[in-house]
Design a binder for this molecule. Structure first.
Ligand SMILES: Nc1nc2c(c(=O)[nH]1)N[C@H]1C(S)=C(S)[C@@H](COP(=O)(O)OP(=O)(O)OC[C@H]3O[C@@H](n4cnc5c(=O)[nH]c(N)nc54)[C@H](O)[C@@H]3O)O[C@H]1N2
Ligand SMILES: Nc1nc2c(c(=O)[nH]1)N[C@H]1C(S)=C(S)[C@@H](COP(=O)(O)OP(=O)(O)OC[C@H]3O[C@@H](n4cnc5c(=O)[nH]c(N)nc54)[C@H](O)[C@@H]3O)O[C@H]1N2
Ligand code: SF4
Ligand SMILES: [Mo]
Length: 689
């Protein structure tokens, strides 16, 4: 490959996709800087993206396939070649399926990183295997599915439009770049004069800049959303023209929100009544206004209701599909996902999913991770013996991590594709080293509802024995007997995805980004994509599936003398979930896991800044360093999430248990529609060990 500067997009460090300029010299990546000409990020990039070169050359990186030698998890490995690795993979899966049918095997991936998630689903569908586990039940799907049943599309905050007010709810795009490089867009909208309301228990930098900050009691977003609706409907602040013409079920909704008076909601949410009323008024009367919602609203066993009520908020204020409100991003013309996933090959799929067995929403395409874990442990409704994971680290990211460990240890065969030896990989029979962004041709944001895709071309060769996920799945698929349903080379897959746009991968690489057309008020023609053609404030689909058609709040978790505080968390600013603690540049910025607590809470317990403290919930315990801050309520603590210690090579499991928030999160109660467990707002206590 030639020397020089090349354009690409950041990948796998968050959802952003910032434009980067990358220098290549003698086959090595030598410099990475932000691309000032990128139409989307306009010269912005963060330390994560800028550490892309270190990621490729990290000494922690896996560089050859490994086969387990000693006992599971004992850290003894034998290096093997790819031929043997693929043979082992294919024969383990074939044997389990021949003995016990396609349900005996399973696959898992976390947040999709590129098209590989959908290729994984393709392989599973061709095998007639319904078990593809994911994290969607805690990531995006409560929002997406509740939006789809209510208005037929996923409403994206139109920060590029003339928005006059941003209601930022359980989301911090300055740290996380939810839905594209939104942090920069949000800042531009504020600079153009938009008002800002922040709903977050933590006083974030944006909360400081906001016109109003509602320091909500963690886990009560359902109450607050219903309280907003109560105020808006009671005070006649709804957009009656839109509501009359384009919604059904207003009377039912009005009755459903009646009990959520400002007094009751203020008490449940630990905020002042006036704050609630003023915030609802500001959002409803600043037209257009957009609601940027985050992961926090989908981390409780009432995630569906909270998300549904937030879609109602956008609808009754007339902000759906309005420029500057919440719009329907149009995807560029690409291969249809259903076709790429070969859904046609597996017609009975929905009824075979564990989701069906547990009675949750029939439209969720992946199996909530905890259901897979429970099935492995209980051997119910059938035994699962083999698991392939790619791009996920369930030992750190699934709730009830101790049960994850137990389940993984019970498998006959576990194969893990990753870039480093994670605690999950440490328990595997087979570990596959992956090629990383810039070492392979790749395409970002395919299948996500953001309205664009980004090119991430290959700029350098991967280490000789590292392979991309697309390559692995493509070769594995052919070995499983589907030569005609897979491709010659991974590049052919990208060409197939791009074909409807008329571009080859080479053309696309030149273009860099492909946007869908920008359209608003698309419902004016054919109506909304719901059974009634209108926004369904009372959901006929939820009702048809046997769920409550209207949102209700769930009583907040009670605090007790034994567990007098509430534990919550957020995404790490300098890392992606559990990944990248092995990169020194990032680790220097954030050397150790820290739990944030109020100085008064610390004083009462004799806790000092920096001291290691024990955090306990009724389900488990972990240790992090105390950080004293007045940014949180005295009854709330906010812990770092995703921490393990790649540098602890003496420990085969790399210190997975010590600071792991998910050893403290239960799966005993989950959302009836979306299967979301209680990830945040956990009753807890904190003390000197
Ligand atoms: N307590 C708590 N739990 C949570 C959350 C929370 O906020 N709190 N958040 C939830 C959410 S929103 C999500 S999305 C999930 C995320 O859950 P996971 O997706 O399991 O999280 P990651 O830690 O990002 O794991 C991804 C793994 O993929 C590897 N990787 C990176 N690039 C590649 C690649 O190209 N190929 C392959 N094969 N591997 C790669 C990384 O090294 C890493 O080990 O966690 C959920 N769990
Ligand atoms: N740097 C970085 N960026 C990421 C990721 C990452 O791991 N690191 N992960 C990516 C993924 S997969 C996702 S899903 C997105 C998620 O991105 P976001 O939606 O921004 O989610 P979080 O950072 O988990 O939480 C956002 C805010 O919720 C607040 N919060 C905590 N508990 C509650 C609560 O009970 N109610 C309310 N209203 N707020 C609460 C936190 O203080 C935090 O400021 O980020 C993506 N981007
Ligand atoms: S903000 Fe996100 S997309 Fe942009 S450089 Fe940082 S990690 Fe990459
Ligand atoms: Mo996520």
């Amino acid at each position: 490959m030639s020397n020089g500067w090349f354009s690409t997009h950041c990948a796998r460090f968050d959802h952003g996709g910032c434009g980067l300029k990358v220098q290549v010299q003698n086959g090595r990546l030598t410099q990475v800087v932000a691309d000032p000409h990128d139409p989307f990020s306009r010269g912005w990039a963060c330390p994560k993206g800028l550490s892309a070169a270190e990621r490729l050359e990290s000494p922690h990186r896996l560089r050859t396939p490994l086969k387990r030698k000693g006992a599971r998890g004992s850290g003894q490995w034998e290096e093997i070649g790819w031929d043997e690795a693929l043979d082992r993979l294919a024969s383990a899966f074939q044997k389990a399926m021949a003995d016990s049918g396609p349900e005996a095997v399973a696959f898992a991936q976390g947040a999709p990183k590129g098209p590989e998630f959908f290729l994984l689903l393709r392989l599973a569908n061709l095998l007639q295997c319904p078990n593809v586990a994911g994290t969607q039940h805690v990531c995006h799907m409560p929002r997406e599915q509740m939006a789809l049943v209510t208005c037929g599309f996923f409403p994206v905050a139109d920060l590029e439009g003339p928005t006059r007010c941003i209601l930022l709810w359980g989301s911090n795009p300055m740290r996380t770049n939810e839905e594209g490089v939104l942090g920069g867009h949000l800042k531009s909208a504020l600079d153009r004069g938009a008002r800002l309301v922040v709903v977050d228990p933590y006083r974030t930098a944006l909360a400081e800049r906001a016109d109003m900050w509602l320091p909500i009691r963690p886990g009560t977003d359902d109450f607050l959303a219903l309280g907003f609706l109560h105020v808006i409907l009671a005070e006649g602040l709804a957009d009656t023209a839109f509501v009359d013409a384009w919604t059904v079920g207003l009377e039912d909704l009005a009755r459903a929100v009646e009990p959520y008076t400002p007094e009751r909601v203020a008490q449940a949410c630990w905020i002042e009544r006036e704050e609630l009323v003023n915030a609802a008024r500001l959002y409803a009367t600043s037209r257009p206004a957009c609601l940027q919602w985050g992961n926090a609203v989908e981390h409780t066993p009432n995630s569906a209701a909270a998300c549904q009520a937030l879609v109602h908020l956008m609808a009754v204020t007339g902000n759906l599909e309005e420029p500057g409100g919440n719009i329907r991003a149009q995807a560029p013309r690409l291969l249809r996902l259903s076709e790429f996933m070969a859904l046609d090959a597996f017609p009975g799929r929905p009824r075979k999913l564990l989701n069906h067995h547990h009675g949750i929403i029939p439209r969720l395409i992946s199996v909530p991770g905890w259901m897979l874990i429970r099935s492995i442990l209980d051997q119910s409704p059938y035994p699962i013996r083999c698991l392939y994971t790619q791009g996920t680290n369930p030992m750190m990211t699934y709730s009830d991590a101790d049960s994850v460990r137990e389940a993984l240890c019970r498998l006959d065969f576990l194969a893990v594709a990753d870039q480093v030896l994670t605690p999950t990989a440490a328990l595997a029979d087979l570990v596959l080293p992956v090629a990383l962004p810039m070492e392979m041709n790749d395409l970002g944001h395919y299948g996500l509802p953001h309205g664009f895709v980004t090119a991430r071309p290959k700029l350098v060769d991967p280490p000789p024995e590292c392979r991309s996920d697309l390559w692995i799945l493509n070769e594995w698929g052919k070995r499983m007997g589907f030569q005609d349903r897979f491709w010659d080379r991974p590049e052919d897959i990208l060409d197939a995805i791009l074909a409807p746009s008329g571009l080859s991968y080479e053309d696309f690489r030149e273009k860099g980004v492909l946007f869908g057309p920008r359209k608003v008020r698309t419902y004016m023609g054919k109506g909304f994509k719901t059974p009634s053609g209108k926004v369904e404030l009372r959901s006929s689909l939820l009702e048809k599936w046997g769920f409550a058609p209207l949102p209700r709040a769930r009583e907040p978790q009670p605090l007790s003398d034994a567990f007098p505080l509430l534990l919550t968390s957020r995404k790490p600013k300098d890392f992606f979930h559990s990944a990248y603690r092995h990169l020194e540049r990032l680790r220097r910025r954030h050397p150790e896991p820290r739990v944030h607590l109020h100085p008064q809470t610390a004083r009462e317990r004799g806790i000092r800044e920096g001291q290691k403290v024990l955090v306990e919930t009724p389900w488990g315990a972990m240790t992090q360093a105390a950080h004293l801050t007045e940014r949180v309520h005295p009854k709330v603590i906010l812990a770092d999430y995703g921490w393990w210690f790649p540098e602890r090579t003496e420990d085969p499991l790399r210190g997975w248990a010590e600071a792991n928030v998910n050893r403290l999160t239960p799966v005993d109660e989950t959302d009836p529609v979306m299967a979301t467990p209680q990830v945040r707002a956990l009753p807890c206590r904190i003390r000197n060990p």
